[in-house]
Design a protein. Structure first.
Length: 250
């Protein structure tokens, strides 16, 4: 049997067994929560003094995941009809690059000043440097991929509020559950918690599209956690289609 385990994109450390089991299996078990708190604390100590977000070196290291995100983007383009897209926590701009090449109007925001260089000249003016709370405007599709676990726990609902205020038709959401280790993972939560908050803000999982997306992501070779962490969400109350803005005004 192959004993190799998947590793996290942020820290390239082995996954724990808890990441492979349903979240509800661990609810109410104090030792798991305690261990996660200790690991998160050690991560914060190790990262003390660094600027927020990914630095140049880590952004460069993340380039090995670009082919996996291309698979994600191709699947989303096949499953979802959209013209404008906002990526909250866009980092290297993997999704933005693919959507831009497909003729979509793209925007993104990330905490790291270095992302302007990482995304390249074609996208630099479409990416803003700042906290997720600074994201403004509207987009057909809002993406937030493996970002939620990096924010302070007390800001979790703030992130949900930001995503749901930006999105008009679709949200693509992915977050690390308890047990998925990585640098800066200080807010790993069961998916059910995120989905409950999203539901409170008027968004529900599109079960069919989520299943199709996860099926497509079986092709992923490195960032395998994306397959089990990914959700496609839609408004609980269907919304009218809005005219697609030009890229200049998106």
């Amino acid at each position: 049997m192959n004993r190799r385990t998947a590793c996290d994109p942020c820290g390239a450390r082995p996954q724990r067994l808890s990441a492979t089991l349903p979240a509800h299996y661990f609810q109410g078990i104090a030792p798991i929560a305690f261990v996660n708190r200790i690991l998160s604390f050690l991560d914060r100590v190790r990262s003390f003094g660094r600027s927020g977000g990914f630095g140049t070196r880590r952004l460069r290291a993340r380039e090995r995941y670009r082919p996996d995100y291309q698979i994600v983007a191709r699947s989303i383009l096949r499953l979802i009809d959209f013209q404008t897209i906002y990526d909250v926590g866009c980092a290297n701009g993997f999704l933005l690059a693919e959507f831009h090449a497909a003729g979509k109007c793209v925007r993104g925001i990330d905490l790291s000043p270095q992302v302007k260089q990482a995304v390249g000249p074609e996208l630099a003016d479409r990416v803003e440097v700042g906290d997720f709370s600074a994201a403004k405007g509207k987009a057909d599709l809002v993406c937030c991929v493996e970002v939620a676990e990096h924010i302070r726990p007390d800001r979790s609902v703030d992130l949900v509020r930001t995503l749901t205020s930006l999105a008009t038709h679709w949200i693509y959401f992915s977050a690390a559950p308890p047990g998925q280790l990585g640098r800066g993972h200080i807010n790993c939560r069961p998916h059910d918690e995120w989905l409950a908050w999203l539901r409170e803000h008027g968004w529900e999982v599109d079960e069919a599209r989520t299943a199709q997306l996860r099926g497509d992501l079986a092709e992923i070779r490195r960032a395998r956690w994306l397959q089990r962490n990914s959700f496609v969400l839609r408004p609980v109350t269907p919304r009218r289609a809005s005219p697609a803005p030009s890229c200049a005004s998106a």
